[in-house]
Design a protein around this ligand. Structure first.
Ligand SMILES: Cc1cc2nc3c(=O)[nH]c(=O)nc-3n(C[C@H](O)[C@H](O)[C@H](O)COP(=O)(O)O)c2cc1C
Ligand code: SF4
Length: 452
């Protein structure tokens, strides 16, 4: 049984309440930090732990904290990113809904380290019921002296506010989030300046993911060095993975980083294998924006090295034959999946969610959606496939924020690994025109006939 640091007490009845959470050892890290450690000591432990941001990019958290402008006489802010809009990712929701005090505890310790007296949880509007859960937890923590003025007699003051957003994917991008929090339209800002220098209300700001901030709790309790012993290489500690798609046991799992992908997908402790009677076709291991991996590159890299659930191992081989751990949104697809339709679906999402500030993203996502629509509905041409690759290349790296890249990577990788399936849609328009999924059983046989 793998070690659990975040979800250890998830099945304890009443763990949502302050009293039960506290009785199970909750808020120990706040006592330890505020009574025995300086803000810099806390940051040192986070650095030692090797914790990498759990929001998607995997940037080292301690290093990010060290960039915060501490010389400025302006207030400093910590903002918790609970926007969670990446298709396939639903782990933050699980953590906030079932063990809300873990996040509040992590926020107090992190805010103390960063010198923030006002901290916001920016949460997607669709998580309305979780807003109530968090506000209740905040009120309980305050009632018990862990929030408000002079926490535990330490002289440190902190208020935490929950701010629901409009439910736009782009508001998860940290500068768009800051704009939205300021009451404006959630358009990403040009960087630099980075939020650590000029963020919320032009004050020094750190934006961190829900899981990242909750993980500060076990790090302070056990010490950074101990935490760093868990995991593999530069992928330290545990990670929440939200698993969905054609598997027997979808859900949210806490894994130790470095777990073999085979064990994660196929063991009963986790996903329980691809749904019975079917075979694995592809996996998107880290949320819709990361490159898709066909089954043959999922278990092993091109060089034959076994893949692990870690930042490095999943990206082994670069974009040519690897992917990314991303936000941990693990989507498995069996042989009945139409890859063209899957990509059309993803691309529709990115077109819909583009904020429209940069032409390559605004126009490019729309063109890709149109081309994919015609391919999926049986009136595309062979040149459309190269046209898609070309549009994706022109978006990548040419936009203000990474949403453009997030839209381009799936297109490039779906075509790289499944080009023949796109060609099938051109060669057999009658098969795909009216029944997008019906062709899957015939697909391989017919394709082989055509390709011979
Ligand atoms: C389009 C877009 C959407 C994003 N959505 C989220 C999100 O929902 N939650 C999140 O934590 N990070 C999201 N991110 C990443 C954030 O910008 C930021 O890197 C992250 O919150 C930093 O937290 P971490 O250092 O703890 O990982 C998104 C980025 C982009 C470009
Ligand atoms: S890349 Fe897209 S979402 Fe990001 S700023 Fe440009 S238009 Fe907006």
């Amino acid at each position: 049984m793998a070690r659990k640091l975040l979800l250890e007490n998830i099945n304890v009845p009443g763990i949502k309440s302050f009293d039960v959470y506290r009785a199970k050892g909750g808020y120990r890290s706040v006592e330890k930090a505020l009574k025995t450690m300086s803000p810099d000591d806390v940051m040192e432990e986070v650095k030692k732990s090797g914790l990498r941001g759990r929001g998607g990019a995997g940037f080292p958290t301690g290093m990010k904290w060290s960039f915060l402008d501490r010389k400025s006489d302006k207030p400093r802010y910590l903002v918790c990113n609970a926007d969670e809009s990446e298709p396939g990712t639903f782990k933050d929701r699980f953590l906030m809904e079932y063990i809300p005090h873990l996040l509040i505890e992590g926020l107090i310790v992190s805010s103390y380290s960063l010198g923030s007296n006002t901290t916001y949880i920016y949460i997607r509007g669709e998580y309305r019921w979780i807003v109530d859960i968090l506000e209740h937890a905040i009120a309980e923590a305050k009632h018990n002296g862990f929030l408000g003025k002079n926490i535990l007699g330490s002289g440190y003051d902190l208020e935490i506010y929950v701010q629901p957003g409009g439910g736009a994917y782009i508001c998860g991008e940290e500068t768009a989030l800051i704009e939205s929090l300021e009451g404006k339209r959630g358009n990403p800002r040009m960087k630099p300046p980075f939020p650590a220098i000029s963020g919320l209300y032009n004050c020094p700001t750190v934006v961190n993911n829900v899981e990242t901030l909750a993980t500060v709790v076990p790090i302070i309790n056990m010490g950074g060095d101990e935490y760093a012993k868990i995991g593999v290489g530069r992928s330290t500690g545990t990670k929440l993975i939200s698993a969905c798609g054609h598997m027997n046991k979808p859900g949210v799992y806490e894994i130790e980083l470095g777990l073999p992908v085979d064990e994660f997908l196929n063991s009963d402790e986790y996903c329980g294998g691809i749904r019975t009677g079917h075979t694995l076709k592809a996996v998107v291991p880290g949320g819709s924006s990361v490159p898709i991996l066909p089954a043959e590159l999922f278990y092993k890299t091109k060089e034959g090295v076994a893949r692990l659930m870690s930042y490095e191992s999943l990206s082994e081989g670069g974009f040519a034959s690897g992917s990314m751990l991303g936000s941990g949104g693990f989507i498995a697809m069996d042989e009945t999946t139409c890859i063209v339709r899957n990509l059309w679906n993803f691309t529709r999402f990115y077109h819909h969610e583009s904020c429209g500030q940069c032409s390559p993203c605004r126009e490019g996502t729309g063109w890709m959606e149109k081309v994919l629509h015609r391919l999926e509905h049986g009136h595309g041409s062979m040149s459309d496939i190269d046209l898609l690759v070309d549009i994706a290349k022109k978006i990548e790296g040419n936009t203000i924020c990474p949403l453009g890249d997030a839209a381009a990577w799936p297109v490039a990788s779906h075509i790289r690994h499944f080009r023949e399936e796109f060609e099938y849609h051109v060669k057999f328009p009658e098969k795909v025109a009216h029944s997008p999924f019906a062709h899957s059983a015939d697909y391989k046989r017919e394709l082989n006939t055509v390709l011979q």
